[in-house]
Design a protein around this ligand. Structure first.
Ligand code: NAD
Length: 375
């Protein structure tokens, strides 16, 4: 079984496999690992590093024609992938069900790494958590670079500088990493989330928890947040506004899989915020948590800089690729049996992660998405 690794299209800088992963992949059952020319360039990995590690450097055309299993973080064009191939990517099928359908109809077997279930066993394969770790960290650094003041408190001969006030919206993986990073930089941090479980985690990191009573918390949602009532949203908007107008930095990370991101910073709030403050919106690709957010752009509203970027993991390409590749290796340990990919849908991890196989959609959450669209 030959594994082919594609080069990502710019501006993506990550690569799904680093040279350090090659031997481990071969030990798991791949006879050869083929890597597209310059695939690791943006992560500072030369083709020669891959060859030294035992991979074979090839053209994209050769990989697409000859490899049975194809890896790419961003989903390649459907026209590039032939039927019968196994594509392992990050398709985000809950937001792109039509793409999933196109690949299924073509007879491509697709595993989407963002569909790995949130079970203890699957944690080591969870690329969403790994990439959220990178994004939460980098979001705070981006904010610090844009902010016209210091993060920490300074007591100097020229007077005392008060620390930056940081508000984190959404205390999942990215939010918790943002809290840790902002604390390390010396900011005064508070955070808000709809899930009750988040409170303890926020407090354990030394941040304050902003609490809105009456959230709908559905433990059957597999660790994810669910849509809230209108009445709750109004109370939430008022409380967030109260905290936002005192903040220097707001990091937005709140998301609901397959849905538009909740709008947490209204236009009115932006106009009451301090000029010079910074919002980093990691939910930008699904509409953003902030009224002024534009995906992949930095805009200024009332002197407030709003950085819309849902792919900050790509801006730390080396360590993000390192984690992504390790997640893949752990996933392959689960799905390779007797030197081949095992489509064992009795296995929860394989069942949930497999978007399409033999012409059909497989993942239960993607199937649910189709039934909610058609009903
Ligand atoms: P996510 O990216 O889907 O969402 C980010 C955060 O936004 C979540 O904490 C969510 O509750 C919050 N949010 C959504 N709507 C909101 C709103 N209206 N207002 C405020 N906050 C809102 O989630 P995530 O970061 O990937 O993870 C969420 C949870 O799942 C975490 O507790 C995490 O530890 C857990 N998790 C478990 C596993 C596992 O067990 N394998 C893996 C990953 C994450």
């Amino acid at each position: 079984m030959i594994l082919g690794v594609l080069k990502e299209a710019e501006p993506e800088r990550r690569v799904s496999v680093l040279p350090e992963h090659v031997k481990k992949l071969m030990d798991l059952g791949y006879s050869e690992v083929w890597i597209e020319n310059n695939a690791g360039e943006a992560s500072f990995q030369a083709d020669s590093n891959y060859s030294d590690a035992g991979a074979i450097v090839k053209s994209r055309k050769d990989i697409l024609a000859g490899a049975q299993v194809i890896l790419s973080i961003q989903t390649p064009k459907e026209s590039e992938i032939s039927p019968e191939k196994i594509l392992i990517t990050q398709m985000n099928p809950l937001s792109n069900p039509e793409t999933a359908q196109v690949f299924a109809k073509k007879g491509v077997s697709v595993f989407s790494m963002d569909m790995v279930p949130r079970t203890t066993k699957a944690q080591a394969m969870d690329v969403l958590s790994s990439m959220a770790t990178s994004a939460g960290y980098k979001a705070v650094l981006q904010a610090a670079l844009h902010l016209p003041k210091f993060f920490p408190m300074f007591m100097t001969a020229a007077g005392t500088i008060i620390p930056a006030k940081v508000l984190i919206l959404g205390a999942g993986v990215a939010g918790l990493q943002a809290i840790s990073t902002a604390k390390r930089l010396g900011g005064v941090v508070e955070a808000f989330d709809v899930r009750a479980a988040a409170k303890e985690e926020v407090l354990s990191l030394g941040a304050k928890f902003v609490e809105v009573e009456g959230a709908t918390d559905d433990t059957s949602a597999g660790g994810y947040a669910v849509e809230q009532t209108e009445e709750y949203k109004q109370r939430q908007a008022a409380l967030i506004q109260e905290h936002a107008i005192k903040s220097d930095v707001i990091i937005c990370t709140a998301q609901i899989p397959g849905r538009k991101a909740p709008l947490l910073i209204q236009e009115e709030t932006l106009h009451k915020m301090k000029p010079g403050s910074v919002v980093v919106d990691l939910a930008a690709s699904t509409g953003g948590n902030c009224a002024g957010t534009k995906n992949n752009e930095t805009v200024v509203v009332n002197g407030v800089s709003i950085i819309g970027d849902s792919n900050l993991a790509s801006s730390i390409p080396l360590d993000s690729s390192k984690m992504y590749g390790k997640n893949l290796i752990n996933f392959f340990k689960e799905i390779i049996a007797d030197g081949t990919i095992n489509f064992d849908f009795e296995n929860e991890i394989i069942h949930h992660t497999c978007v399409s196989h033999a012409g059909s959609i497989i993942s239960p959450r993607v199937l649910d998405k189709f039934s909610s669209v058609t009903s």
